[in-house]
Write a protein that binds this ligand. Structure first.
Ligand SMILES: Cc1cc2nc3c(=O)[nH]c(=O)nc-3n(C[C@H](O)[C@H](O)[C@H](O)COP(=O)(O)OP(=O)(O)OC[C@H]3O[C@@H](n4cnc5c(N)ncnc54)[C@H](O)[C@@H]3O)c2cc1C
Length: 465
């Protein structure tokens, strides 16, 4: 059965049912609640299993107090134009995000989020990526506390399973809790905010087989439940199967080392050889990086090597906290520790340093600059011990595409019509990116917060039954 029958008896009833209490679901729930609607949140885990807790970068916002204090000129229009160009995504969806995100920033601050720094993020032309104090975990706490304070009815350990449809309209949803299946009535709408499907190998194999061997680092509850439920009743998709595949230190699957690594050094393979210009958009950022690394070595293994001078650059300009994994006094020692054939890495570094000294740039791959985080800084030699290295691999963190929605976050079916009573927001929703190897950095958290607010707002205004 593609959807559940209308039950004889409901186990719970609200105007709006929000499925998934994460980065998107909580803003959606609070927004709808603040408009006077009764909301129930169904959350599969016993708390909040949000990938917001794991974020490595900042979240882009325009017109912020931090930008103003530093004299950075920015606007929703600038963000919109840039985002549509870089992402190839649906202009209508981007317009809605660009127009709403400034309000979302203020709303987050009103909940207690403390903006700390404004940084340049890959793919952006303007410094607008906001790093909040305490980063992802603090933002999760802030959202969780706001949810608790709101008094909204939250049903933890309730894994939503099937939509309930009557006369073509979504009127509720079933959820498993222990060995019981409960039915919840949604008088106005159901908002799906269940995140992506990185952790469901069957769906990954079906829609993004090229990612099937990558290590998924999203929360275990990113099983694609919402996607399946909506597709089962005819929902369309947009960019389904496109993914964000960043380079993460080996061990990142334990999420202990998500923020480890150093930007700005050289990248070598398991034999100590460079295989591209690390300062280009391609190898220097998410864009194309996974493809280049995987084309070079199907396991995706690659090693970043830096020295003290480069490590010193990493705080504060780059967005992440960077802690090295290998720290040694000589390149020869690094070869030993990394298991690189003796002499290989030394030859690579010697050639690189010698080119920069003689010609001012690296002739092998034409690297002239330090890279994305330092767009104007000429390339630096690696000759300030100690040396640092991090072994990385390409991981699967999030899905870039998903359900087809319109600017109001209403789900669109296979024939282009709105499915009455059904919304999707956050990572489950597609349409913002359509270029396979590009990623407009940080937009996923911005999308989650902002589409959550939009979906909550619009769903609360539905006439209701
Ligand atoms: C390691 C890592 C690093 C990242 N770094 C960045 C970054 O730097 N910048 C950026 O913008 N983005 C980043 N992302 C992506 C970003 O964090 C996510 O896209 C975003 O937080 C997703 O928000 P969401 O609300 O859609 O999902 P989540 O916040 O993950 O919430 C989904 C919720 O739905 C629940 N759920 C799932 N299925 C069900 C069900 N059937 N019934 C009930 N509940 C269910 C889950 O338990 C979870 O609580 C990163 C992701 C990862 C994994």
């Amino acid at each position: 059965m593609t959807y559940s029958q209308v039950p004889k008896k409901w186990d719970g009833e609200a105007d709006v049912i929000v499925v998934g209490g994460g980065n998107t679901g909580i803003p959606a729930a609070i927004t709808a609640h603040d408009k006077g609607t009764k909301v129930i949140v169904l959350e599969a885990s016993n708390g909040m299993a949000s990938s917001l807790a794991m974020i490595a970068g900042g979240t882009p916002f325009t017109g912020t107090d931090l930008q103003k204090a530093e004299g950075i000129e920015d606007s929703p229009d600038k963000l919109y134009e840039e985002a549509v160009k870089v992402s190839g995504g649906d202009p209508e969806l981007w317009r809605a995000l660009a127009d709403r995100q400034e309000e979302v920033y203020e709303w987050l601050k009103s909940l207690g989020a403390k903006p700390e720094k404004v940084l340049l993020a890959p793919g952006h032309k303007v410094r607008r990526s906001i790093k909040f104090e305490g980063h992802g975990p603090a933002l999760c706490n802030i959202l969780r506390n706001a949810l608790k304070k709101s008094g909204i009815d939250v049903r933890y350990k309730h894994r939503a399973r099937k939509l309930i449809v009557d006369n073509g309209r979504v009127i509720g949803i079933t959820a498993e809790s222990g060995d019981k299946t409960n039915s919840f009535k949604a008088r106005k709408a159901v908002i799906l905010a269940t995140g992506g499907f990185c952790q469901n190998l069957d769906i990954v194999k079906e829609f993004g087989p090229q990612y099937a061997d990558l290590v998924p680092t999203a929360p275990k509850t990113h099983q694609g439940d919402g996607l399946k439920m909506a597709m089962a009743i005819g929902a369309g998709t947009d960019g389904l199967g496109l993914a964000v595949c960043p380079s993460m230190p080996v061990g990142a699957e334990t999420l202990q080392f998500v923020n480890a690594g150093i930007q700005g050094g050289i990248t070598v393979d398991r034999y100590g050889k460079r295989f591209g210009n690390e300062a280009t958009e391609e190898l220097g950022t998410y864009t194309e990086k996974h493809k280049i690394c995987l084309d070079h070595d199907p396991t995706g293994l690659h090693i970043t090597v830096s020295d003290q001078a480069i490590k010193d650059l990493n705080e504060p300009p780059s967005t992440t906290t960077r802690e090295p994994i290998y720290r040694v006094d000589t390149i020869e020692e690094l070869e030993k520790q990394l298991g690189i054939p003796a002499g290989n890495l030394k030859a690579t570094v010697d050639e690189y340093n010698s080119d920069i000294k003689k010609y001012g740039y690296d002739r092998k791959f034409g690297r002239r600059l330090q890279g994305m985080y330092w767009p104007d800084l000429p390339v630096m030699k690696l000759d300030h011990p100690p040396f640092y290295a991090v072994k990385n691999k390409i991981c699967l963190t999030s899905m870039k595409g998903g359900l087809k929605i319109n600017a109001k976050c209403q789900i669109i079916d296979q024939f282009g019509d709105v499915i009455p009573g059904l919304y999707a927001a956050g990572e489950i929703a597609g349409g913002l990116e359509r270029i396979p190897h590009h990623y407009y950095t940080g937009r996923m958290t911005m999308q989650a917060f902002t589409q959550g607010r939009i979906a909550g707002d619009v769903a609360a205004d539905e006439p209701g039954s």
